[in-house]
Write a protein that binds this ligand. Structure first.
Ligand SMILES: Cc1cc2nc3c(=O)[nH]c(=O)nc-3n(C[C@H](O)[C@H](O)[C@H](O)COP(=O)(O)OP(=O)(O)OC[C@H]3O[C@@H](n4cnc5c(N)ncnc54)[C@H](O)[C@@H]3O)c2cc1C
Length: 420
């Protein structure tokens, strides 16, 4: 591309939390910023976060937050140094969004409204003079002398000294991020780790599970039942669905399950759906039922301890649907104890990108400088948010990353745009 006088200093592709924060960071340094988004308004996914309440961040200090993103988490260090949870909360308060932390871990706006966050960020961008083009899909990032210099869209070509790619992942495409950012980056020579759904409900093989749809256990433990994976257990609520299992503990495991499903047809899982009682407790209880309630059906006895549909389903799964306590065989008893303490399930799929809250995979971190979030492949291109190969668990982790990385990319793009 012939590089004439650029219309803008910085183009931001994507008006999600990362892009809006990047625009704020750059515009606050006095740069002329234009934000492009393919949707009719900014932050459509942000509006859906936390069930419309927006879990902005959590109470973890940077080291612990990064650790929850896995081995690659250290990449986040410079971004979190520039904007940690306290910094984010102070910034949001400054732009009119006060937050509270009612459960001692998750921060939400006091208004319990994601729209309040989206509107405040949008207002701030406009106040700082950033421009917006909506319904404007970036189709290609243009180069001049090997450096990012513009963006081609159906509304025309926009030119700038720097481009920030903040297009998000591939999940919930109806809210804007359809994975097209990966194509924009790979077209320029970036390596994109194949995207997988993460924070997604799981589909399981067990036919009895749909019978229990709606049953929730508030404090459960879930793990992948494979050597080397068993030690990594997720705690939190587990919910049975019409096709499998969901709830925070399952969602947090789903990215790993999606990865394993690339190489195996199903992934064995275990669920400790109640943490209080051990196998020995249940063995003793079954023995006492045999002695004291021998004439009663096992499923009716279980019914007194568990949600009705779950009791029936477990008894059926263990071949004891019509069995009286006195007639319970050793094999049936052993299966029951297993299902009552370490419930075996087999995940055959995730519910896919349509129901995944984040995308695992993305632009390789090796090709991005963590201190500036500038590409090592294309000068003048910065990347922020979910488009890069980082994903965290449920609980404000992913928004914190989007905000922190957006600000770092925006500030550095602004600093560098004076030098070009
Ligand atoms: C239902 C749901 C609930 C969630 N709840 C939480 C929560 O409570 N807390 C939390 O921490 N995380 C939550 N997340 C995850 C969080 O929303 C994302 O990680 C975060 O939005 C990523 O920010 P981003 O700016 O990188 O990308 P996005 O928010 O996806 O924004 C990317 C933007 O880029 C635009 N775009 C994409 N491609 C193009 C293109 N080619 N041209 C122009 N524009 C383009 C999109 O329209 C979009 O506006 C949730 C996700 C979902 C789906």
């Amino acid at each position: 591309m012939d590089m004439q006088q650029a219309e803008w200093d910085i183009l931001v592709i994507g008006a999600g939390p990362a892009g809006l924060m990047a625009a704020i960071g750059a515009a606050a340094c006095g740069r002329r910023v234009l934000v492009l988004d393919r949707m009719p308004k900014p932050g459509m996914k942000l509006l859906a976060t936390g069930g419309g309440r927006c879990n902005i961040t959590n109470t973890l200090p940077p080291d612990e937050l990064m650790a929850r993103f896995g081995r690659q988490g250290r990449f986040m260090e410079p971004a979190l140094r520039g904007l940690d949870n306290a910094g984010l909360l102070a910034f949001l308060a400054k732009i009119g969004v006060r937050a509270h932390c009612a459960d001692g871990f998750h921060w939400f706006p006091v208004s319990e409204s994601a729209a309040a966050v989206q509107e405040a960020l949008w207002r701030r961008c406009e106040k700082l003079g950033a421009g917006f083009r909506f319904n404007c899909r970036a189709e290609r990032i243009l180069l001049s002398d090997g450096a990012a210099a513009g963006v081609e869209t159906p509304q025309g070509v926009f030119t700038a000294a720097r481009v920030i790619l903040a297009t998000g992942g591939r999940s919930y495409a109806g809210l804007g991020s359809d994975g097209s950012g990966f194509g924009l980056a790979s077209h320029l020579g970036h390596t994109v780790k194949p995207p997988l759904p993460a924070l997604a409900p799981l589909v399981v093989r067990e036919e009895w599970v749909p019978e229990c749809a709606g049953t929730t256990f508030a404090e459960a433990e879930v793990w992948i039942d494979l050597p080397k994976r068993r030690a990594h257990r997720m705690r939190g609520a587990v919910l049975f669905t019409h096709r499998g299992v969901s709830g925070p503990a399952v969602l947090d495991l789903s990215g790993d399950v999606a990865g394993l499903l690339e190489t195996m047809p199903e992934v064995p899982l275990r669920v400790r759906w109640q943490l209080a009682e051990s196998a020995a407790d249940w063995t003793r209880r079954l023995d006492s039922w045999r002695r004291e309630h021998g004439g009663r059906l096992v499923r009716n006895l279980l019914d007194e301890k568990l949600p009705a549909s779950f009791a029936m389903a477990l008894a059926t799964a263990c071949g004891a649907a019509e069995t009286k306590a006195a007639n319970l065989t050793a094999e049936q008893a052993a299966r029951l104890v297993e299902h009552l303490t370490e419930l075996p399930l087999h995940a055959t799929a995730t519910e896919g990108f349509g129901k995944a809250m984040v995308t695992r995979g993305g632009v390789s971190l090796k090709e991005i400088r963590p201190e500036t979030l500038e590409s090592r492949i294309v000068k003048g291109l910065h990347l922020a948010g979910e488009v890069v190969d980082l994903d965290g668990p449920c609980g404000g982790y992913n928004l914190q990353w989007a905000f922190s990385s957006g600000l770092l990319a925006g500030r550095n793009a602004a600093a560098e745009s004076t030098k070009t």
